[in-house]
Design a protein around this ligand. Structure first.
Ligand code: AMP
Ligand code: ZN
Length: 137
């Protein structure tokens, strides 16, 4: 727990939040600046700045919890789909440096929120990226 981290304080219950779910390891809250109705955040109670710091045991619990939340939220909200978004680093849009997973409901005929213009995977990139990443695993 970090005294200077707002998500640590929210996860610990020291700052009130609209809590959808809580267990010993996580709190799931409604985002204060929702991208869509029902936008939620999975917060681990322990502090990890991002995916590079989270331990494998906690990381392994995030996706099953996301699945549980997606199922309940789909029924409760009547959304047509969900985006799971998890930003790592300022360059990726992370504004709160406490690991969190966004669960963003998507509604029929709603705005596209997680999208990009497709580029092109060149033969040069294909070879060099595969070689470089595989060398780091
Ligand atoms: P990210 O850009 O991935 O770091 O996402 C941070 C998210 O946290 C944003 O969607 C904010 O709207 C949300 N947020 C920031 N402060 C709070 C807060 N006190 N309670 C709930 N959500 C928050
Ligand atoms: Zn924290």
């Amino acid at each position: 727990m970090r005294d200077d981290c707002i998500f640590c304080k929210i996860a610990a219950g020291q700052i009130p939040s609209a809590t959808l779910y809580e267990d010993g390891n996580f709190r799931v809250i409604l985002d204060l600046g929702p991208a869509a109705r029902g936008h939620a955040l999975i917060l681990p109670k322990a502090h990890y700045a991002d995916l590079s710091e989270i331990d494998d045991d906690t990381a392994g619990k995030v996706l099953p919890l996301a699945k549980k939340m997606v199922s309940a939220m789909t029924k409760a909200l009547g959304c047509a789909g969900m985006n799971l978004v998890q930003n790592n680093g300022e360059a990726a849009g992370q504004t709160v440096r406490h690991f969190h997973m966004h669960i963003i409901p998507r509604y029929a005929n709603g705005p596209k929120m997680v999208s990009w213009e497709p580029g092109e995977l060149t033969e040069t990139d294909k070879a060099s990226i595969v070689e470089a990443v595989r060398a780091e695993l």
